[in-house]
Write a protein that binds this ligand. Sequence first.
Ligand SMILES: NC(=O)c1ccc[n+]([C@@H]2O[C@H](COP(=O)([O-])OP(=O)(O)OC[C@H]3O[C@@H](n4cnc5c(N)ncnc54)[C@H](O)[C@@H]3O)[C@@H](O)[C@H]2O)c1
Ligand SMILES: [Zn+2]
Ligand SMILES: [Zn+2]
Length: 389
Amino acid sequence: MKAAVIHGPRTVTYDTVDDPKIEESRDIILKVTSTAICGSDLHIYSGGIPQPRPMTLGHEFMGIVEEVGSSVKNLQRGDRVVVPFPVACGTCFFCNHDLPGHCENSNPDNYGPEGGLLTQKGGALFGYTDLYGGYDGGQAEYVRVPYGDYGPRKVPDNLTDEQVLFLTDIFPTGYSGVDWGEVKGGETVAIFGAGPVGIMAAKSAFLRGAARVVIVDTLQYRLDKAASSSGCETILWEDGAKGVVEQIRAMTNGRGADVCIDAVGFEPDRGLIDRVKTVINFEKGSTKVLEACFSAVRRGGIVPILGVYPGPYDNFPVGQIFDKGIIVKSGQAPAHKHIDLLLKYVIEGRVELDDIITHRLPLSQVAHAYDIFKKKEDNCVKVVLNPWA
Ligand SMILES: NC(=O)c1ccc[n+]([C@@H]2O[C@H](COP(=O)([O-])OP(=O)(O)OC[C@H]3O[C@@H](n4cnc5c(N)ncnc54)[C@H](O)[C@@H]3O)[C@@H](O)[C@H]2O)c1
Ligand SMILES: [Zn+2]
Ligand SMILES: [Zn+2]
């Protein structure tokens, strides 16, 4: 079959690979009808999260069940499903605590309680490096889905792929941000990053009744998309964090936002000085967006970290976190926890997800797709790939 394979930094190619097979009785094989590229894929693409051997990428995918393992009773060939991005067993301690990203069974080779830089990681993710399970992803014609009786959710025929595809990751992830932020109604929510995740967090904040939602980005075209698709306010990050923080405080009687969500992560837009600091400190990327969140949140407020941070960082402002009494929550989003409620919202027409799509391409153009999404060219916000076009 054909698949998008990463061969090293900035090298993703459209390759012929082996067809996936049922390996365990709870597996299903899915014929992928739509798949998307995520900001998380860009960390592997940049080399920031390394992958030593070629691997099929992709954790945002949906399709038609092609084959089911002998113990899968709730699905059959022909069912149309979306698949949440964590590979989770559904039976372990963490799965039973609504923490599928920390599943104890899906990542046997590299799982552990420590959460180190290159050891003892969490549960597996589809198409997300050997450290996270080594499972091939869904940017392919077919994909093997382990624990196929737990993750996949059937979707109604009257909804298009594009209307439901983002239930796999970015919508539940954005929603997790406001859930971690304990948004109940009336709050001011500031979101750093107007990428797909940040925009889904903005939509989610309004669904939960936030009074004001403001989104921050370094790129005006991303802010324009965020405003038109969610109705949020926007702030352009121009000359560093200070001006942004001042604007957020000015919106909130000088206090700061109730919730500040980091939807950027460790690879923000960076100048030369930032890059030199990274090398001197043996650090990966930068925490400057997270630090801006700590400044822009009010005392006693909550900072949900959706953007990925892979390693330790010196000079982490724990004194500021303590002084302000900030609550920090973070991690891989518990997609399984929220997906049913969010599918219901889509079915009821309470939220539209497909309005962030800017590019629809055949999977054969995957190299170009990664290139423009990484470089933020051609006003790219979200790319959907069709393996059969
Ligand atoms: N926690 C999870 O479960 C989960 C799930 C999906 C994605 N993610 C992570 O969320 C992050 C965002 O994903 P995405 O798909 O939206 O990626 P993206 O790369 O499309 O979006 C990131 C946005 O941040 C903006 N940005 C860069 N520097 C900035 C700065 N200094 N201030 C404000 N904005 C800045 C970029 O212009 C871009 O619009 C990534 O780190 C991704 O890995 C986490
Ligand atoms: Zn994703
Ligand atoms: Zn589990």
